[in-house]
Design a protein around this ligand. Structure first.
Ligand code: SF4
Length: 493
């Protein structure tokens, strides 16, 4: 099945330049499922790699940039590395293999990657046999691969997110053939089951339910680097969730670029609300979280599932991006502020004390003072519990990159600072409402600096509480005594 203007859950932007249509419509969305035997072959190659080190325990460093999906991909890379006999290190001079898992969402992340790659020339000089690999969304862009080919000759391997399933084969080829390999991928997304994970956390786990995105927001590079939406089969997801619960995980986050459209690409499948109910049916005391939702696919059915499922977090992260209808249209977000505000009212009808968080982009090309004031009005009206704010970052290859952008960085920074100041005030006011209340939280870690335990409410609010490390991984009750913009403070009940 090829993408066509009729493909139901695919809505490109009106007035989008034809070349974007051509690029988008040339992308194949036929589900490419990697056969289990192919993954078994990769696992067999892991033993061949192990033999290459003749009993020495090799060391690997995996450096991850960007989103939770990249974190989850790095857990797979570490899982494969453990199968190859590698142990992990943070020291690039001791590492036999370095993997940089990159992000392409903002220019800043790309600049940091190039900075790190430059610095690695020293480590490579000290250990010429060291292998340096670069993967993730950045290398899904031709101009980036060309730059690495020409300017970073100490990089041995480049592979795209969709080639991760054959990482062992790629490493083995580099090791045995001592040649550089560039495998950015074919441009049509795949689904690969059975890749081992090495998770760094013992309480919280990422559980990927789908990959890719069909929304084509005009500022976003993700649809061009992670390709079309493809969901994992519900049975695979439920099985993995069961394993996580059996392994003692207490906080499971269902991951996808747009989880609300889960299952739309599967012949017979459950939708996202039904999936939450199925995970909720698993025996055990744990919390289900999810990210990221797109307002266009947020439904009453989802809100009812969030209300009815006792394990489901009472938190919804619903990216607004802008409060100006003119800018939302230019962003290709498929909703206007009226629709968005109606959604907010709806979810608050279903769950009155729902925690609402959002993303806002400031300085989208052409955003005027009036547009920004529209955003400020919506922020004051909704009163989000927290917000992730970004100044627009031009991404080569996206339609917005070609839109006129007359306003200066300084003008955008001024808007950004005002937005942050306003939201910080609202967040603190919202936190003040918890003082004197007793809340059930999951203790999920310890602050390295002051040793205070960190915990999360079912709404995802950060709570800091004093107590013994043995409490990590437990649900406890905390009486909230104080707060600031970013966290609540409490005492164990
Ligand atoms: S929904 Fe999110 S991931 Fe998809 S195109 Fe829009 S911003 Fe990018």
């Amino acid at each position: 099945m090829i993408l066509s203007r009729e493909t139901p859950h695919f809505l490109p932007t009106k007035g989008m330049k034809s070349e974007y249509y051509d690029r988008i419509f040339s992308m194949n969305i036929k589900r490419r499922v990697i056969p289990t035997e192919e993954i078994e072959k990769q696992l067999a190659i892991c033993s061949e790699v192990r033999k290459e080190f003749e009993g020495k325990i090799p060391l690997a460093l995996v450096d991850t940039f960007g989103c939770q999906q990249n974190e989850e991909d790095s857990e797979k890379i570490r899982g494969y590395l453990a199968e190859m006999g590698f142990e992990m290190t943070d020291d690039e001079f001791k590492a036999d293999l370095i993997v940089i898992n990159t992000c392409a969402v903002r220019e800043h992340a790309e600049m940091r990657v190039f900075g790190n790659l430059g610095a690695l020339t020293h480590a490579k000089k000290e250990n010429p046999n060291q292998i340096i690999a670069v993967c993730g969304c950045m290398v899904q862009q031709e101009h980036i691969v060309d730059k690495i080919k020409k300017s970073f000759r100490h990089v041995d391997l480049v592979f795209g997110p969709d080639e991760l399933w054959r990482f062992p084969e790629l490493i083995y080829t580099v090791m045995t053939k001592r040649k550089r390999i560039f495998a950015p991928g074919s441009g049509d997304g795949c689904v690969a089951e059975g890749i081992p994970h090495l998770r760094s956390d013992k309480v919280k786990a990422w559980l990927s339910i789908m990959n890719g995105c069909n929304n084509f927001c005009t500022y976003c590079i993700v649809p061009y680097t992670r390709f079309r939406e493809r969901s994992r089969q519900p049975g695979e997801i439920i099985a993995e969730a069961r394993e996580l619960v059996a392994a003692g995980y207490k906080d499971i986050t269902l991951l996808g670029q747009n989880v609300n459209s889960y299952g739309k690409d599967l012949e017979s499948s459950v939708n996202f609300a039904q999936l939450i109910r199925k995970v909720n049916d698993i025996e055990g005391d744990f919390v289900i979280r999810f990210m990221t939702s797109h307002p266009k696919d947020a439904t009453d059915e989802l809100f009812a599932a969030m209300r009815d499922c006792e394990k489901c977090e009472k938190h919804l992260h619903l990216p607004l991006q802008s409060g100006s209808d003119r800018i939302l249209k230019a962003m290709n977000r498929y909703y206007n502020t009226e629709k968005y505000l109606a959604l907010v009212d709806r979810v608050r009808e279903f769950i009155p004390d729902i925690v609402l968080t959002t993303d806002i982009i400031v300085g989208f090309p052409g955003e005027t003072d009036e547009d920004f004031e529209d955003t400020m009005r919506v922020i004051e009206k909704v009163r989000f519990d927290a917000m992730f704010t970004f100044i627009y970052s031009k991404r080569v290859g996206t339609p917005a990159a070609e839109m006129p952008d007359p306003f200066t960085r300084e003008q955008k920074q001024a808007h950004f600072d005002r937005l942050v100041e306003t939201q910080n005030r609202i967040s603190e006011e919202k936190h003040r409402e918890y003082i004197g209340k007793t809340v059930r939280v999951l203790i999920d870690g310890k602050d390295r600096e002051d040793g205070v335990l960190t915990a999360r409410t079912s709404g995802g609010r950060l709570v800091r509480v004093s107590g013994g490390e043995s409490l990590i991984g437990s649900f406890v009750y905390v009486n909230i005594t104080d707060c600031n913009t970013w966290a609540l403070r409490g005492e164990l009940v």
